[in-house]
Write a protein that binds this ligand. Sequence first.
Ligand code: C6P
Length: 404
Amino acid sequence: MDLKEIRSQFPILSQTVNGKPLVYFDNAATTQKPNTVIDIVNEYHSRWNANVHRGVHQLSNVCTDAAEAAREKIARFINAAASDEIIFTQGTTDSINLVAETFGRAFIKPGDEILVSQTEHHSNFVPWQQIALRYNARFVVFDCHDSGEWDMNDFYAKINAKTKLVAVGHVSNALGTVNPIKDVIDKAHSLGIPVLVDGAQAIQHIPVDVQALDVDFYVFSGHKIYGPTGIGVLYAKTQWLEALPPYRYGGEMISKVTNTYSEFNNLPYKFEAGTPNYIGQIGFGAAIDFISQFEVQQIATYEHKLLRYAEQKLSDLEGVVIYGKSDEKAAVVSFLIDGIHPYDLGVLLDKTGIAVRTGNHCAQPLMTRLGIFGTVRASFAFYNTFEEIDYFAEMLRKIIPMLK
Ligand code: C6P
């Protein structure tokens, strides 16, 4: 990969922050956008904007075609069996809430169990906890090891005939662990239990094939894969989309409305009430085109080298403890330095132009399990470089004595 050429496509990467060249290591929170995404969003707002699926006029048709083409691109990207299995949402959180609300309404009864892991982001934890409370079901959490890897014995012990759904993350946002989701899916399916996988931190880093995984629900956000904010995807097998009731009610999701009853639209529109974020969809499609120039496996290999290099550099520094020890990791390194508050470190790194995230990373149950309140997290994308990591380590070497 030609790193210089790739970086030149992201205008934000060539700016300075606090007088220093930006080193953007907060890619797990959101990724930066290439020119093609920025330009298409601008072009559709300035030249083609019109509401989709409603118009007989040219602008509406142009927007509708581009927005629907994005659905096709995303379906191909994750190897969905049909583009109708791609539901556009506001993002990962919205997708999970869609499944939790509708699955809860249709299938969760008192005494049922919903099983999640200890390492989930709040978005794949709180909705299930609340659904369980609402329907007098049990919210069950299987444990992880100190390394951040799942305790699969605990998973096998806790999944049972009462489990109605398993909801797990593909890659931990807080630690970077790539989880054994295929083992979870296979075990759950052997008991007839569906599985939702939160792919927010996987889709941009590792190849995802929903048919090979045989996953029932797979969710992710556009903004974490070089696309715009406010747009995301729920992939679900057709059988589930047909079995679940609509999430929100209103325009577009109906086929017939009378004073006494309504009939609902075909897939995927049954789950897309109201004016969709069609320009977000178009931008998302451009992001998929952008990433499709490369092999996702090629991106994964490069990012893995960055990760191991960063872990090595950090280990050379005194007092550093890295959280998330696993052979299977995506591009996240989470750490603490003895006697230094993560927030203080984050603030001083910012002064050097380096953007990292500090805190619990919306994973309080995991932090509690690890006995810490948070970490400093550097998360990489394939536009990051080894030189940036060298600079990061050099700045840490200067900052640490200042905070001791
Ligand atoms: N994690 C992070 O800095 P939304 O906000 O809906 O696009 O994504 C929510 C979400 C769900 N699952 C996982 C695994 C995630 O990492 C995130 C977002 C960001 O780690 C913001 S907290």
